[in-house]
Design a protein around this ligand. Structure first.
Ligand SMILES: CC(C)(COP(=O)(O)OP(=O)(O)OC[C@H]1O[C@@H](n2cnc3c(N)ncnc32)[C@H](O)[C@@H]1OP(=O)(O)O)[C@@H](O)C(=O)NCCC(=O)NCCS
Length: 382
């Protein structure tokens, strides 16, 4: 058995950012037009009037202030209210593969590795743009990797922590020396931008991480690479079925008696219930996990938590620590990125880890649809 470590990360951020004010202005123009056009039916009680959104509500309820998206114009166009991502031919690089390249190369560079030194690729995300061939295999080819294997996996918002665990298992067993783990999340395409309850929630991004045999990473680090090596002490994964976050889009939609299309097939949630049920589930999971490693909550220098809701993260950290967390104990990136599904905790780890000292402990943690939750305890080893 070998020990596994994270030796590099990368982040692709789309060039377009949408502020809450821009988003609210578009939704409210849509709402006003809808209510005007449907005034008679609303007055007759045949349809319900739509309600406007507000920046105040969004910030207070979630902490989100902006989000990056692959396409901004289509989302803010009230005749479209959806990203515009033109069709690509089968011989062109897919969008998710394209967004994976830069963060993968950045993660490799940070680890001081060449592409050819990777033995496996895991593409882990909430949505794959097609069923097959696997996105990961296309990414493997696009990177110029002509050996090894690749596969896709989807555990919704917990895809990255589950994938880190799968990658660490392959590394520990000796089956692979190094795995490239990638999270291309195009959340803007599964969101109903006409619905004020959720139009503010998501953003697009792609993260990558290298999970590697710790001894190899430490040897390279000692020889003078970028140097930082994060030992993976262990992971804890948990699932519990819930319909409170659900996406019904799938290949059987067109086989139904009345073929279903439209936004109502895509992301929907009972946000309040999710909040109430997931906070204790995750706090208990992390506390138990720390106990299994003989760590007290205060031994942990940083929690890189899933980035869905700031209030939720504050509650979770408070429940674990028994006190309010300091800002830098559970850093927030969702104010800038919104919820980027599986990528959220990896962005937090990517952005907020370099100030930790050798010997410091940290926890990467995800939670979301399924329900699914994952906790990965790391210690800075170099
Ligand atoms: C989604 C979420 C931000 C909503 O916050 P909330 O405080 O639960 O808000 P609610 O949905 O209960 O809505 C409260 C009120 O604000 C209203 N409201 C909803 N969206 C609004 C908006 N954009 N602008 C203004 N008011 C809004 C609601 O209609 C409701 O009005 P009512 O009290 O008259 O019925 C929050 O529940 C959440 O983040 N939950 C966790 C979700 C999560 O982690 N999901 C994982 C996804 S991967």
């Amino acid at each position: 058995m070998y020990a596994a470590a994270i030796s590099g990360t990368g982040l692709f951020t789309p060039g377009n950012s949408i502020s809450n004010d821009e988003l609210v202005e578009a939704l409210n123009a849509f709402v006003e037009r809808y209510n005007t056009e449907n005034a008679a039916r609303i007055a007759a009680g045949q349809v319900e009037a739509l309600s406007p959104s507000s920046d105040d509500f969004i910030v207070k309820a979630s902490g989100i202030k902006s989000r990056y998206v692959l396409d901004k114009e289509g989302l803010l166009d009230i005749d479209r209210m959806a990203p515009s991502l033109p069709t690509r031919g089968d011989d062109q690089l897919s969008i998710q593969a394209e967004m994976a390249i830069q963060p993968s190369l950045n993660a490799l560079a940070e680890a001081g590795l060449e592409v050819g030194e990777i033995d496996g690729v895991i593409c882990a995300a909430s949505n794959m743009q097609r069923a097959y061939p696997a996105m990961s295999i296309e990414i493997q080819a696009a990177l110029g990797l002509d050996a090894g294997w690749a596969f896709d996996m989807n555990v919704a918002c917990s895809s990255a922590t589950f994938a880190i665990d799968m990658a660490a298992a392959a590394v520990r067993s000796g089956q692979a020396r190094r795995i490239l783990m990638i999270n291309p999340e195009i959340c803007s395409a599964h969101l109903n931008w006409e619905n004020r309850d959720c139009h503010f929630i998501f953003g697009d991004v792609c993260t990558a991480a290298i999970v590697e045999r710790e001894d190899l990473a430490l040897d390279r680090s000692a020889a003078g690479g970028d140097g930082a090596v994060w030992s993976i002490l262990g992971s804890k994964l948990r699932t519990q079925f819930s319909n409170n976050i659900r996406n019904n889009f799938g290949f059987l939609n067109r086989t139904e008696a009345e073929a279903r299309t439209g936004w109502d097939l895509l992301f929907k949630q009972e946000g309040r219930k999710v909040f109430k049920e997931v906070v204790p589930m995750v706090a208990d999971m992390i506390s138990e996990h720390l106990g299994e490693h003989d760590l007290a909550p205060d031994d942990v220098r940083r929690f890189w938590l899933h980035q869905a809701n700031k209030n939720m993260n504050d509650f979770i950290a408070k429940k674990i620590l028994g006190r309010a967390p300091e800002v830098d104990e559970a850093p927030i990136v969702l104010d800038e990125f919104a919820n980027t599904s599986s990528a959220g905790c990896v962005i937090a780890f990517h952005r907020h880890r370099r100030d930790l000292n050798v010997g410091d402990f940290g926890v990467l943690c995800s939670f979301g649809a399924g329900y699914s939750a994952g906790s990965v305890i790391v210690r800075r080893a170099a």
